[in-house]
Design a protein. Structure first.
Length: 429
């Protein structure tokens, strides 16, 4: 029998049920609160509010733990691939050989865009941000695949999920080629997921681009580490849109828009801009740290801090080590990596950051790794979106499979004017 929470309000005592998750995290179930008391709860930024129960990803922010369907991210980073991890997140288990083969075949069969979608790219100005193109083109898919409008059964969901996961890569590559005035390169069925993406991004009709295994592996790791992260801003957005029974592509397009913000997925691009500014100014990082602590400076140490992690983001640890290895393997130096290391050292020794438990998050080093791979800065958040797609699809499916589907519709506390009446223009002040 779960323990009860007691709420003492206006001389009355109310009892509310509690819920305990499989890792022991606890919640007060307030679904009857308003009926019982007439009160709602208020929680700015939802820092204390669970929007759902989910079996996909577990994070322990105090201990810096991240597990996809129970498997630690550190194990998946070494032993798995992005596509296999995507299957794990979406279907809840690691695929058998036949399951993996079918999933891979579906990704290949669905890797090309509908030919009519290509014309949309002609309408975008060359200066268009690829995240704008990505969200627009994902949503436009619903126009070319009318079957998407129907709520999917399991068989059609499997195809829709594979199409979205496969085509997000093609749309991203075409957006990049458009921005550079380069011809589109169609995916090669013989190439696996990440290699095909790099081929579509960087190859040329006369084929001079060399697919280096260490570069392919590095980008595959970036995708894998971004694959899901419980109810972050963009995933919650996907769930919000999906709760109205909008289709998978419309829900994912909304997720792309939420991810774009510099406080969320846009942080990886903001980190590199910050490091480049520090590098150009000749600052060894200390001046910037001082500014980042000053609320009036308008500066933040981008790539630092997290709503859930009050310890080192385990993904940041993995990416930091992988960046070092990739630069060494490619026999390359990056002055921004040295600056990032100095910033981290300075911040982790500074009481402002220590007291607020601000540590490097996934975005602090991911940009360094993507620079080493050759990804242009304006495409960094697009890489995040490709990586996060399995998580969005998994959350969409989890919500779809729920027996009792309720549209997400939060309440509010109204603080506007009390009743007043219409005034003709001559009486207005
Ligand atoms: C991602 O949710 C997820 O899981 C997201 C993500 C995912 O995989 O989906 O992990 C990906 O979005 C990572 C976060 C990327 N964003 C950044 O790196 C931007 C910089 N970070 C911050 O803006 C901030 O830390 C957030 C947005 C990440 C978290 O914001 P919170 O939880 O609302 O924290 P807050 O703004 O209330 O900060 C608490 C205090 C404040 O100071 P005080 O009012 O207590 O004096 O810490 C300060 C903040 O001013 N603070 C920072 C800071 N982050 C927080 N001060 C300087 N630099 C920072 N980076």
């Amino acid at each position: 029998m779960s323990e009860k929470a007691q709420l003492h309000l206006n001389g009355k005592v109310y009892e509310l049920p509690t819920v305990t998750g499989s890792e022991g995290e606890k919640a007060v179930d307030i679904s009857t609160l308003r009926d019982l008391t007439g009160y709602i709860t208020l929680d700015d930024g939802y820092g204390n509010t669970g929007s759902c129960s989910s079996a996909i990803t577990f994070i322990d922010g105090e201990k810096g733990i991240l597990r996809y369907r129970g498997i630690p991210i550190e194990e998946l980073a070494v032993k798995s691939t992005f596509v296999e991890t995507a299957y794990l997140l979406i279907y809840g288990k690691l695929p058998t050989h036949p399951e993996k083969a079918r999933f891979s075949d579906l990704l290949t069969e669905n890797e090309n865009l509908h030919e009519g979608m290509k014309h949309h790219f002609e309408g975008f100005p060359p200066s268009s941000h690829p995240m704008a193109m990505l969200s627009a083109m994902i949503n436009a898919s619903s126009c070319f695949y009318p079957g998407l409008m129907k709520s999917p059964d399991s068989e059609s969901f499997e195809v829709q999920a594979a199409r979205l996961l496969s085509q997000v890569r093609t749309i991203a590559a075409f957006s990049y080629r458009k921005s550079r005035g380069l011809p589109f390169l169609y995916p090669k069925p013989a190439y696996k997921y990440t290699a095909n993406f790099l081929y579509m991004m960087f190859s040329d009709p006369y084929g001079s681009y060399e697919l280096k295994p260490e570069v392919v592996r590095a980008l595959d790791l970036i995708f894998l580490l971004h694959a899901d992260h419980e109810q972050n801003c963009s995933t919650s957005t996907v769930r919000m849109v999906a709760s109205s029974e909008a289709n998978l592509f419309a829900s994912a397009a909304a997720g792309v828009c939420a991810l774009w913000g510099p406080l969320h997925g846009g942080a990886n691009q903001a980190v590199i801009t910050m490091l480049e500014e520090i590098h150009a100014s000749g600052d060894d990082g200390r001046r910037f740290i001082t500014a980042a602590k000053d609320k009036n400076s308008g500066k933040r140490l981008m790539g630092f801090g997290h709503r859930v992690y009050k310890n080192y983001d385990p993904r940041a640890k993995i990416i930091k080590a992988a960046s070092d290895l990739l630069l060494h393997t490619l026999n390359r130096e990056d002055p921004l990596l040295d600056i990032a290391r100095k910033l981290e050292e300075a911040a982790l020794g500074d009481s402002y950051f220590v007291e607020r438990k601000l540590y490097p998050n996934v975005d602090f080093y991911s940009g360094i790794m993507m620079r080493a791979i050759g990804i242009p800065t304006e495409m960094f958040t697009v890489m995040f979106a490709i990586g996060r797609m399995p998580g969005w699809i998994a959350n969409f499916k989890e919500l779809l499979d729920e027996r009792r589907k309720r549209i997400c519709r939060p309440r509010q506390i109204y603080i506007g004017p009390t009743e007043r009446h219409y005034l003709p223009p001559e009486q207005r002040r």
